[in-house]
Design a binder for this molecule. Sequence first.
Ligand SMILES: *Cc1c(COP(=O)(O)O)cnc(C)c1O
Length: 210
Amino acid sequence: MHQEILKGLPDDIKLVAVSKTKAVSDIRRVYDVGQRIFGENRCEEMRKKFEELPKDIDWHMIGHLQSRQVKIIALFVKLIHSVDSLKLIHAANKEAAKHNRIIDCLLQIRIAKEETKTGLSIEEAEELLSCGDFKNLKNIRIIGVMGMATFTQDEDIVRGEFKQLKEYFESDDNFKEISAGMSGDYKIAINEGSTIIRIGSLIFGRRCVK
Ligand SMILES: *Cc1c(COP(=O)(O)O)cnc(C)c1O
C-alpha cells in the first residue's frame, strides 16, 4: 500500500508514515521499502523507537505535546506539527539549544468544526506570531501550519476547511509547509495545497483501540 500511495503523489509532497502504536518490526518493514519519515504522537514511544531504529529516520511529532515533555524528544525530533502555545515554543527552543539544534515547528490550526480537535484558532495563531519576543529564539523555526479536517464523508466540508488553512498559510511569507491530509482525506488535502500528508492506517492497517 505504501508504494501505491507514493506512486500517486506529486514529487514535492512529503509523506509522513504515522506509526503510532505500531511495533518496531512494522516500522522496519516500511523503512526497508524506502520510507524515511515517521510520525508519532507520544514522546516516550517515539524516543524508544528512535533508539531502536536506524538513525537516518526523520521523526515527526504529530500529537498534542506538553511543554515539559519536549526534553524527551529534543535530541532528535525533526518537525513538531502540533505547536499550539507560546509556552511550548519557548520550551522547544530551550531544549533544542541544549543539544545545539534547531527544531522546525508547525502551528496547529483548528480548522474542524468539531469541539474535540485541538489547536489554535487563526486569530490565536496571529496573536502568537505577533508576540515580539519569540522572533529572537534561535533554536526553533516556525515553518508552516498543520490542520485536521472534520471527520465526515462530506467532501465539501473537508475541502472548505483545507482551503481555510491554505488561505492562512498564504498570509505569512515565512510559512513553507502545510501539513494536511490523513488516510481518509489526503487526496483532497493535496488538491488544496498540502505539502505534507500524514498517513497511518492506509500504510500500517487499522490501529487497535487501546
Ligand atoms: C493518527 C493520526 C494521523 C493518521 O491517521 P490515519 O487516519 O490512520 O491516516 C494523522 N495525523 C494525526 C495528527 C494523527 O493523530
